[in-house]
Design a protein around this ligand. Sequence first.
Ligand code: SF4
Length: 314
Amino acid sequence: MTQTNQVVDQKVLKVEVKAVKVEQMSDDAEETKPSKKKARRSVKVDYSGEAPAGWEEVYANIEEMRAGRTAPVDTMGCERAHDPAAPPAVRRFQCLVSLMLSSQTRDEVNYAAMLRLRDHGLTVDSLLATSEEELGELIKPVGFWRSKAKYLLEAARVLREDWGSDIPDTLEGLVGLKGVGPKMAHICMAVAWGKPVGIGVDTHVHRISGRLGWTAGCKDPEDTRRALEAWLPRDRWAEINWLLVGFGQETCLPVGPRCGDCLNRQLCPAGRAWAPSPRKGASPRKGASPRKGLPSPKKEAGASKGGSSSNTSI
Ligand code: SF4
């Protein structure tokens, strides 16, 4: 890791920890919440940059399973939520808004809120002309809608005053906005600006990378991001979030992954330990998951609500 990247990581974590103190509302906040179990971690995280054996075949299989573009993220992700006829700066702002709404919220709910906002008028100025109460009514029932209404208005004010009503074009600028964490900032850089400077890791990417053995020992999405960035070729950084989010929505589910339908069943450590449930036919064998060092299905239960992104820039 270069010195510059280390500085950015430190700043990102500093801003994010500050956001956690303000309010523990977003999945990014959850992702960087200090773990009480940190001292008990038993698996060493590998940041060496050595790619896991056979990852390309596994990755290609996921691409094949995602070829139909049938997951919610494919039609309702942040790159689909903006008004394509709007000017570029407005499209970028709408992408950021979609990401800010997406934490702890299903894609369907998030997309419906974005359509209501677009009908209302979704520019920096139109948001600032909207009361917090009205904005809350427009975006609910997205998760934490009260806090998000507050954060959106504050972000809009900062964008108008400091960024000419556009969004920041740097990671540091984006995470400097309240309610925006590293995951959102990385996705926003890739989708809104077409500049992937890191990997957007949400609960889907964190969970699936762990199950595949790509990021053993990573306790949270920030760990996973650093571990993945150490070996995944840069030309995959923009797409991997979108790829794994959709895979996690359809096949590698947080609870009861459909390993029987997965092309990676024999290549994936969790898949090799999987066996059909006698009753449900698609649940992991008792005791097979969670494996040591991997996120447990119980902890992952909220992951199905995770946000989304794609490799398509706007
Ligand atoms: S085999 Fe199962 S756990 Fe592994 S990637 Fe496929 S669905 Fe996920």
